[in-house]
Design a protein around this ligand. Sequence first.
Ligand SMILES: Cc1cc2nc3c(=O)[nH]c(=O)nc-3n(C[C@H](O)[C@H](O)[C@H](O)COP(=O)(O)OP(=O)(O)OC[C@H]3O[C@@H](n4cnc5c(N)ncnc54)[C@H](O)[C@@H]3O)c2cc1C
Ligand code: FES
Length: 598
Amino acid sequence: MPPRSTVLRILAPIRLTQPVQSPPARRFSQSIRAMASEYKLKDIKDISSLSVAPGAKREVEVEGIADGKVLLVNAAGKVQALGAKCTHYGAPLAKGILTPSGRLICPWHGACFNAKTGDVEDAPALDALPVFQVAERDGAVYITCEESAVKSSRRKPNFQCSVAAAGADQDRVVVVGGGSGALGVVEGLREKGYTGAVTIISNEGYLPIDQPKLSKALLTDPAKLAWRDKSWFESGSVDWVDGEVTAVDFSEQFVSTKAGGKVAYTKLVLATGGTARTLPLQGFKVLSNIFTLRSVHDAKAIVEAIGDKGKKIVVIGSSFIGMEVANATCKDNSVTVVDMSKTPLERVLGERVGAGIQKSVEAKGIKFYNGAGIDKAEPSAADPSKVGAVCLKDGTRLEADLVILGVGVTPATEFLRDNKILRLEQDGSIATDENFQVAGLKDVYAIGDIATYPYHGPGGDGKPARIEHWNVAQNSGRAAAAHIVNPSAADPHFIPIFWSALGAQMRYCGNTANGWDDVVLHGDPAEAKFMAYYTKGETVVAMASMGSDPAMVQSAELMRLGKMFNKSKLQELVSQAKMCGESQLRQGVDVMDAGLLS
Ligand SMILES: Cc1cc2nc3c(=O)[nH]c(=O)nc-3n(C[C@H](O)[C@H](O)[C@H](O)COP(=O)(O)OP(=O)(O)OC[C@H]3O[C@@H](n4cnc5c(N)ncnc54)[C@H](O)[C@@H]3O)c2cc1C
Ligand code: FES
């Protein structure tokens, strides 16, 4: 093993070569720094007439800016204006929640912004919100802003960093993997002021993309799915290495790549995500047109196989990926979903909710074979290299032009299987502490889909859990970054959140890895309008909803604060709401708001 300085000199990571893009043209100035201007808020005479009580918020139109809106908030007694739309997918933040401690939470997927600074506190947002000064004059209220900031409702976080050429003794965080977790780490590091070198090594062949969109829309252009472009990483002095890590030497602190490279680290973050499972059954390994879906490459292959549409598609697995891909393809094809469970989504959402969702998507023509075992895949008569049918154990033969497998993932840690120092868990994951530090290893973190960490959400009691959600990966990346920058800071505690597109948008928070024994259901999953509370004893351990925003993020925040209602209280609320009729469906939402504000 050569000394670390040699490793770095010979195999210094590839730097991005594209120049930093010049800033867009600004409205009020030819100079590089744009000038702000004053704009009047529509129909507001004075700040006291705003009725923005502490913890309250209100969306207001900005005169002179087409479709310009800002969110007025009262953060700790001070009224100020923020961007009105979430920087993730643009949800109206007026419909979210603002807690007394100043957490502004998006109603759709739980992004959290600091109401004072606009900074991101929780995933999935990456850009912060712009904050505008509010002033009252001559019977009107004004904000000082740039037009573009109001329109975009976003502000780039502090990411710029200039790192001098890497020396032998320089701090270097190496991140293995280029997905959600990696984004969380690097953005978190620079936002928190880390000035050392940062390297990302990824084998995907493109910059971090919006992976959840793959199964919802089968998009195939990585550039359209990318969260950040090359110039962004370059502006933060993040070295991007296209390559596959094949081994880690934890004693000498370097990683090896397939191309023969070695990259030394002072801190290592493992963020390699999951590998989609296949079926070890006859035909599945040898026939083509049988796909899994994890990457843009997979989505492209599926779209090519669908071709001019009108295909017979068999989806195996009725959990979220299977159900989403069935929804995404059913309009122009004939889609059949097969699974061993009694209803789709049974493992996570339970039979009642799963059956309701099945009913709602059956209306779109998707057929289901529940409780069905797979026997084999048969070749097509026209082209024996391709799949032609899926045979079930009961003898049913389902014709198929293509098959899509949504049968789960395993942690992508194959490269560590024979490691002399790190012992993988039985499922191939990596055990960590609350800060995502790998148990028993110094300066090494594991985040996202590969991390098994002590879960402290409701019902968790610190028991180990591995959670495959976009937000969990990014929040665990942020947590690891915070710990790298300041190891003595308290560990940030976040509640897992995920979402799905099943004809309608579904939201979920909490976790049932340690089990649940009952569900308190309000509304009707078949109508895509419900709130389901999963309970273990009296504790609500998870919550799912459709058409009931912001109930999920309210529940998540109550869970985070340890203030979530118990099962009896929820049963009482639900029966009251039923007695009052459907118009009172939102009663629980209002009571929860009160719970958050108390
Ligand atoms: C199709 C699809 C839809 C989804 N939809 C949702 C959703 O709606 N909501 C939700 O919450 N979650 C969703 N998820 C789950 C979510 O995307 C993952 O939980 C999340 O991306 C995990 O982040 P990660 O950083 O751990 O791994 P990933 O984001 O998967 O990133 C891992 C990266 O590591 C790279 N890599 C792996 N091995 C190596 C190696 N040896 N060397 C170098 N690089 C390597 C991979 O190529 C990849 O770039 C979805 C997942 C998929 C596949
Ligand atoms: S739109 Fe706000 S979190 Fe997704």
